[in-house]
Write a protein that binds this ligand. Structure first.
Ligand code: PMP
Length: 308
């Protein structure tokens, strides 16, 4: 499948045509997965002739946190990162919903998976993106036999490139079995998250999600959904979830920059709740989409508006 891409990328300190944004096959980050990335969405408003970028500040705070976790030097400040991305938007002028992929990687060509004394290289490219996962139907999930990486193996709260082999194996297992997505359990056998999504369940009107010490990514959509739920009066709890609790939940949904809020119809061939989208999921989804598209004046601090 060929992916569309906007014509310009940020690469080696400047904006260049995407064809020029190339690295050597010997690059350390390519060989060993020594890098990390972000995934950010921009929602295009035809009416406003603007792109609304969702929680740009938070994405770049997490991005800089990943450099700290790896213990590498990173060449840009938070302000510079934002400027680089905004300059790129102005150059590409996207008239569509957009996904940004900023990434940092060990750019040298030395042999050996080395992070010591390293200054990371950095790039951003942009693609048009609508749905990453189907939103018009409920998802069918598989509890994967692959265990979610734990903090002391590959830090799960950093979006480390090499760590995504874990996600890929789980996704492959799910796809091979005819499922839409996988749920991984952590080293304690409790529910962690999907291959690129956090997970929520609803029981008796309460919204529950694994707490941050369960070996999960500190998802920005997760954080937003918790806040929205609290603000509309839904009780929320962050606590461990066991596998069998998934099967008897009233509602289950996944959150992530890619999938946004995607409801789950089945897990391991067991129907969840009524088998239809549940009221809590529906309400949160509707609120979320109004906010990200800038149709709701609330939560303005979550949107960076760029005229295009
Ligand atoms: N977990 C993993 C492993 C992910 O890769 C992602 C996608 N970034 C998420 C959860 C969701 O995080 P966010 O809402 O910040 O996109």
């Amino acid at each position: 499948m060929k992916t569309d891409v906007f014509p310009y990328a940020f690469f080696q300190g400047k904006i260049v045509p995407i064809e020029k944004a190339k690295i050597s096959i010997m690059t350390n980050g390519f060989q060993y997965g020594t890098g990390y990335f972000a995934g950010i969405r921009g929602y295009y408003s035809e009416k406003q002739k603007s792109l609304y970028i969702f929680r740009l500040d938070d994405h770049f705070y997490r991005f800089l946190g990943s450099a700290k976790i790896l213990g590498c030097k990173f060449p840009y400040s938070h302000t510079e990162l934002k400027k680089n991305l905004i300059d790129l938007v102005k150059k590409n002028k996207p008239k569509a919903n957009t996904y940004f992929r900023p990434f940092a990687y060990v750019g040298n060509t030395e042999i050996g998976p080395n992070l010591a004394n390293t200054t990371l290289s950095f790039a951003i490219y942009m693609i048009p993106l609508e749905e990453y996962m189907p939103l018009d139907k409920g998802l069918s999930l598989l509890v994967s036999s692959w265990q979610r990486i734990s903090d002391n193996a590959i830090p799960s709260r950093a979006k480390v490139s090499g760590g995504y082999i874990n996600s890929s194996l789980a996704r492959k297992e799910a796809a091979d079995g005819g499922f839409d997505e996988a749920i991984m359990l952590n080293k304690f056998g409790r529910v962690a998250e999907g291959s690129a999504e956090n997970l929520f369940i609803v029981r008796n009107g309460t919204l529950i999600t694994p707490d941050l010490s369960e070996g999960i990514l500190e998802g920005i959509t997760r954080r937003s959904v918790l806040q929205l739920a609290q603000d509309i009066g839904i009780q929320t709890i962050e606590r461990p979830i066991e596998r069998s609790e998934l099967y008897i939940a009233d509602e289950v949904f996944l959150t992530g920059t890619g999938c946004q809020i995607a409801w789950v119809e089945q897990i391991d061939k067991r129907h969840i709740g009524s088998g239809k989208i549940g009221p809590v999921t529906d309400k949160l989804r509707e609120t979320f989409f109004r906010i990200v598209k800038g149709e709701d004046k609330q939560y303005e601090e979550w949107r960076t508006k760029i005229k295009v």
